[in-house]
Ligand binder design. Structure first.
Ligand SMILES: Nc1ncnc2c1ncn2[C@@H]1O[C@H](COP(=O)(O)OP(=O)(O)OP(=O)(O)O)[C@@H](O)[C@H]1O
Ligand SMILES: [Mg+2]
Length: 244
């Protein structure tokens, strides 16, 4: 297997009125192509900080980050934007669809930024909507869809650029439990088709849908392993792992 993500001794340190906040405190993590990983931890544990680094939205205070063999830790904002566009499909809790654009235009957007010509853009966006079962609704506006459908559109948008990594931040945070199950099931299918997926969540029941779990506690990894091993630890009930 080929590593897609290699984080080595990653620190993100904020200065808050003379106090140091170690949002990420010596995180080392390797994720291979084809994995389905949940990064889980309670509020304030450092998940978003880590997601911003993995997603090339921010650089660490210290440490090395290689994404697809490229050194991200020293990139400029323009270089970060370029690698993000090329390699990562984002899925957010609130979908982040543009309300005045129809579904097709929303899904086309990252391809537009990537400079894909109009004809090909439309074709790829439609194929992507097809994959999430919403091609027939391509003319609709986002607010004409249910929450679960909107999240599927945002997954289609993430897929359209054929990314190396799908990075989903609390993807079911705004959905009811049944729709959440459907969306997680769909992410699982995408993983089975070979997509590398990382889900960020505070919720252990969601983390249990992944194949590998990485738990963050006070900016450090306190568990990294197979989901079945994590399930067994949760059963044992140690608060270090169960607090959300
Ligand atoms: N820009 C910032 N300036 C100062 N401190 C920050 C900043 N961003 C995050 N922090 C601090 O870093 C720690 C980790 O924050 P982070 O947002 O990564 O947590 P989180 O696990 O995503 O929490 P949540 O589940 O609530 O979203 C927190 O103590 C937070 O207050
Ligand atoms: Mg967060």
């Amino acid at each position: 297997m080929e590593p897609l993500i290699e984080l080595k001794h990653i620190y993100k340190i904020y200065q808050m009125g003379g106090e140091e906040v170690r949002a990420n405190d010596d995180i080392s993590l390797t994720i291979f192509r084809g994995e389905f990983v949940a990064i889980v931890g309670k509020s304030g544990s450092g998940k978003s900080t880590l997601m911003n680094i993995i997603g090339a939205l921010d650089v660490p205070t210290d440490g090395d980050y290689m994404l697809g063999g490229e050194d991200v830790s020293e990139m400029t904002d323009d270089q970060l934007a370029a690698i993000r566009n090329r390699m990562i499909g984002f899925v957010f809790q609130q979908y982040n669809l543009l309300p005045k654009l129809n579904l097709l235009e929303n899904v086309e957007l990252p391809l537009l930024y990537a400079g894909v010509p109009a004809g090909e853009r439309k074709e790829r966006a439609l194929a992507s909507l097809e994959r999430v079962g919403l091609a027939d609704k391509w003319r609709n506006l986002p607010n004409q869809l249910s929450g679960g459908q909107q999240q599927r559109v945002s997954i289609a948008r993430a897929l359209a650029g054929n990314p190396s990594l799908i990075l989903a931040d609390e993807p079911t945070g705004a959905l009811d439990s049944r729709t959440s199950r459907d969306v997680l099931e769909f992410l699982k299918e995408l993983n089975e088709e070979g997509n590398t997926i990382i889900i960020i969540t505070h919720d252990n029941s969601i983390a249990l849908k992944a194949r590998r779990v990485v738990r963050i506690h006070d900016g450090k990894i306190n568990f990294d392993g197979d989901v079945n091993e994590y399930a067994a630890i949760l059963k044992a009930g140690s608060e270090k792992y169960t607090e959300q």
